[in-house]
Design a protein. Structure first.
Length: 290
């Protein structure tokens, strides 16, 4: 016997009543058995930051142009008026630029951008070591600083710079430059974290300039006023610059630079460890409070 239903709503009601009810599907996400290590996380974040540098060519261009600009200004504008004893001014200048490149890199701006964009918030929500994030940033910034250093050295050779020691001393000087770059990267990371915005970070970065100019980086300390000489003699940049100069110039460093090569290298390493360790600690504490 056939049943005729006149109303379509009745058909829909019958179909709904006869449809089986299924439970919603649930996806279970389990934590990884082996959580990522500090090294793996740091290298991953460093690679991400380096790719960002490569996709933003102006970062590399600005870093290179800043180094070249200071080199050419001091080489050709001020160099003739600065007396450096028995050292040619170009040989006096280039090791200094290589040693202090980390203070011109502007890494604080990139850190402030990542903090302002929420990148650090997303990373902190992941099951990864938090310290590895800042370590990765330091590694990437160190690579960018060394890019500027190599540009300065290459242009330095073009304008007359020459090395007066062997390959071993040159490699030791480059190793010190890497150490200085890593130490200064932590200073810039901390400034970027406390600044809040990229514009503020750029302004705060200029606060380190007195550290550069009140040192032996561009002029001999003995040419400064008497009250300023003890300050310049006993600050980290002077020891760092002197160590690189001693390793690439050779000769009687005691007479030329005021201290022996061993004294300058040891003091520069100690200063680097103090700067890197202190600002790494401060940056980590600040990062945990973001």
């Amino acid at each position: 016997m056939n049943t005729i239903i006149d109303h379509p709503t009745a058909v829909a009601s019958t179909a709904v009543e006869s449809a089986p009810i299924t439970a919603p599907r649930r996806t279970i996400i389990t934590a990884p058995v082996d959580p990522p290590t500090v090294f793996a996380t740091a290298t991953t974040y460093a690679a991400r930051t380096v790719r960002k540098f490569m996709r933003t060519p102006q970062l590399l261009v600005v870093s290179s142009l800043t180094s070249i600009m200071f080199l050419l200004i001091f080489r050709y504008v001020f160099g003739g008026a600065i007396q450096t004893g028995g050292i040619a001014y170009v040989d006096f200048l280039i090791p200094a630029l290589a040693a202090v490149s980390g203070l011109f890199a502007g890494g604080a701006v990139g850190v402030a951008e990542d903090a302002d964009s929420g990148m650090f918030d997303r990373l902190r929500s992941l099951p990864i070591p938090r310290s590895a994030v800042l370590l990765g940033r330091s590694m990437a910034d160190t690579a960018l600083i060394m890019w500027g250093t190599f540009v300065s050295i290459a242009v330095g050779f073009i304008v007359g710079f020459r090395v007066h020691t062997g390959i071993g001393s040159v490699l030791a000087a480059l190793a010190l430059c890497v150490l200085f770059a890593a130490a200064f990267s932590w200073l810039m990371i901390f400034l970027g974290l406390v600044s809040g915005t990229a514009q503020a970070a750029q302004g705060i970065s200029f606060a380190v300039f007195p550290l550069i100019f009140v040192s032996s980086a561009y002029v001999p300390v003995r040419s400064m006023p008497g009250w300023m000489q003890p300050i310049a003699d006993n600050q980290p940049v002077t020891a760092m610059v002197g160590a690189v100069r001693a390793l690439v110039l050779g000769g009687d460093t005691q007479a030329l630079l005021g201290h022996s090569t061993t004294w300058l290298v040891s003091h520069s390493i100690v200063w680097s460890l103090i700067i890197g360790g202190s600002f790494a600690t401060l940056a980590s504490r600040r990062f945990s409070k973001l």
